[in-house]
Design a protein around this ligand. Sequence first.
Ligand code: TTP
Ligand code: MG
Length: 357
Amino acid sequence: MEKRIIIHLDMDAFFAAIEERENPQFRGKPIVVGAEPKGGKGRGVVSTANYEARKFGIHSALPISKAYALCPDAVYLPPNFELYSKVSSNIMKIINEASALVEQVSLDEVYIDVSFLKSYEEAKRAAEQMRKSIRDQEQLPCSCGIGPNKMIAKMACEAAKPRLDGGRADGVKTVPENEAEAFIENLDIQKIPGIGIKTAQILRLSDFKKVVDLKKLSEHDMEDLFGARGKAMYGRVRGRDEDPVLAEHEVKSIGKEITFEQDTRDPELLIRSFEHLAKQVAQEVREQGLHFKTVGVVCRFTGFETHTKAKTLSQPSREGAVLRAEAMKLFLKFLLEKQKPIRLIGVRVQIAPLSPV
Ligand code: TTP
Ligand code: MG
């Protein structure tokens, strides 16, 4: 496998940070988002707590009654999922501009494959840039871990998180390949993906507590323990992980459309508008430093009858002339095939994965 560089980005105290942003009067106070505490009698659990509340020992999944016992004076708020998912999609838009290979794991957590940046220094710059954009545009903090694979990047991100003892957190932590094995040795075995709570309990009974303890096991032992996953687990406890960053199924695309004031067959107007659209799309592709692999055209005729045509290129391109020529061929086919007046035309390209920034 070629050398990879992966960034793991995770928002800090996500739900609570959004509430703090929306309610400045609570800033600096302990905030707990979750079930209603009902004076300590509430059922249900904590969704998350801000770092002020964490100092009292409050954390995600803690029964809300326990949270109340630990800190009755905290600000208790019910979750507003609609708002959180809107904020999440704003953040994902920012991140998707950094790389075309982004795997969203939850509302507030992603893996980003930035292997094309070639160096850890450049990856760090990209991570800082994303943190800045998220801070500027959404007024929210996040942390990033950078490593040679997803597992190390995630562990590095945890090390980059704000510290409860008030110590300065860097926000971005890089663990390069040659430091990965040593970096994880002292972590709890449950930090290894594939070791869940049950497996960890059993392993602890045999005195396997830290990752380094698992290195006593041979590859054969690992296969006995984990079956088909044994070989992968043998690598993981040594800092190696081949799990790929799986981009979302939804392919990223860039497109523009135009709706005419009146349905038309005026060739001059149609061609001029079409050229304009192709130019706009090409410009956006260029500005984002992307490559496209498929060019598509949409045509809506009188009566809302809508058709699309697309062409996949033999290799990705970033040339405006290629975009224009391919799109125009498709558009001319529409004009020849159907004689009806046209209501809307559009040009759309699909971005090739791993487009450099
Ligand atoms: P996390 O990223 O695990 O936690 P966090 O963002 O609150 O804090 P940090 O990453 O700085 O440690 O989860 C993201 C959000 O998901 C969290 O804000 C609330 C929600 N969540 C729950 O509702 N229940 C849970 O048990 C967990 C872990 C998270
Ligand atoms: Mg988080």
